[in-house]
Design a protein around this ligand. Sequence first.
Ligand SMILES: Cc1ncc(COP(=O)(O)O)c(C=O)c1O
Length: 450
Amino acid sequence: MPYTFTRSQALFTRAQRSIAAGVNSGIRKLEAPVPLYFDRGSGPNLWDVDGNHYLDFQLGQGALFYGHAPAGMADALAAQARRGTHWAAQCELEIEVAERLQAMIPAAELVRFSNSATEVVLTAFRLARAHTGRKRILRFEGHYHGWADEGLVGFANPADRWGDDEHPARTHPSQGVIPEVLEQFVVARWNDPAHLRRVVDQHRGQLAAIIFEPALCNTGCLEPVPGLMGTIRELCDRDGMLMISDETITGFRFGAGGAQGYYGYRPDLTVLGKAIGGGTPFAALAGTRAAMAKILSGEVIHAGTLNGNPLCLAASRWCLDEVARLGAAHPAGIQRLGQRLMAGLAELGRAHGVPLRPQGPGLIFHTVLLKPGAAEGAVRDYRDYVQRHDAPRWAHLRRCLLEEGVRAIERGLWSISLAHGEADIDEALARAARAFPRHAAQWAPPAARG
Ligand SMILES: Cc1ncc(COP(=O)(O)O)c(C=O)c1O
C-alpha cells in the first residue's frame, strides 16, 4: 500500500496559521503531496509523523553526509552543550577544526567560520572586490550560490528571457532585490570554455572573480567538461581575478580534498557548507593567504555573533575526523553505491518505458527524465537541461517513489551518505520497482489530462 500523510497534512494546515506559508525555506513547499513532518532519523533511515519509513537520499539537502543522528556526533554535541553552547569568543576547538581543514584542502591556507554558505559567498564576493578594486563577478547560468541578492543573479533565467547563447541574461527570481546588484554580475553558460574566454575578454579589466559550482549540482548534476577548470584558472591568473570554488555541496563528498582534489585544480577561495557541519549551521571560507589578505589586514569586514559557535565546531571536528578516517577509500565507496543505484534506476526506467537518464559521478547524481522527443546524450548546461528535462514528470515519479519510501531531493538530485550500505541500495531499488509501474500507469502529461 502506498503511504498516506494524514498527520503531516494536519500539521501543515496548523503551521500555516503561525508560520508564513507554513515553511521556513521556500523550497520545502516543493515536497508533494505535502511538506512532510519528521519524527526521527537514524543512518540512512527517516521516519515521518505518520510512521512512514524512508530510505533517505535527500539527506537534509545533502548536509547529512554522515547519515541521520550519528551517535558520535550526538555525543560530541551533548558533551559540548554541557560545557557551553555559545561564547562569541575563542576556543581551542576552532583551531582544531581550522587545522583539520588545512590538512585536507591544500588551498585552505587560512579559514574563517560562518553559519551558512550564503553568508560565506557574500564574504568571498566582498573580498574579491577589495582584492582587485573591481566590481563585477562572473558566474554561470543555473549555478546556485545561496539565496541573497548576490547569490541568485542568473540562477534560473526563464527561457523566454534568457538572452542569446552568447549573452545570458542576469534575471533574478526574487522581487525586492536592489536593481543595481544585477549590474555587478556577468553571466556565462556552463561547460563551454571558448564561450567563457569570449565573455571574459569582453569584460576585461572589470571582473573581480569567477565563481562556480565545480560539478553543477543545483541544475541537473553536470560535471565540468575536460579543460574547463584549467580555463577558469588560466583566465583568473591572466587577469588577476579570484577563482571562487563553491564547494557547499561537493566539499568532503568528493573526497577529503573536495571537488578541487577530485578534478585537480587549485582555487583562490573555497566556500564550504553542508557536510562540514553534518547538519549543524556551520560553513567556512577557505583561501590562500594572498586571497585572504584583506581580512588579515582588517580592511574587509567579516563578522557574526554566532561565527565559530562551539556546538557547530564540536560537530564539525567529529565530521572531519570521519572523512579523514576513510583515507584513500573515500570517495570510491559511496561512488560505487551511487553508481549501482543509478544503474538500477535506469534499468527500471527501461523496463517500464520511463525515459530516465541518471547523470552524475554517483556519489551524487540527478535523475534526468527526458521530455517526449528530446535528444539522447548527457545534459551539458542549464539551457540544455531546461529544454530536455521533464520537470512535471519527475515530480510525479518522485511522489510515487516517496509513497513507497524512497526520498530523493525534490528537484531530482540524489545524495549518498557514508551511512548507506549495499543492503540500503537493494532495498531502495526493491521499493522503486513498485513505484515505477505505478508512475508509468498513472502518468499523463499536463496537456493530456482531462
Ligand atoms: C552550491 C551552493 N552554494 C551555496 C548554498 C547556500 O547554502 P546555505 O543554504 O547554507 O546558505 C547552497 C545551498 O544549497 C549551495 O548548494
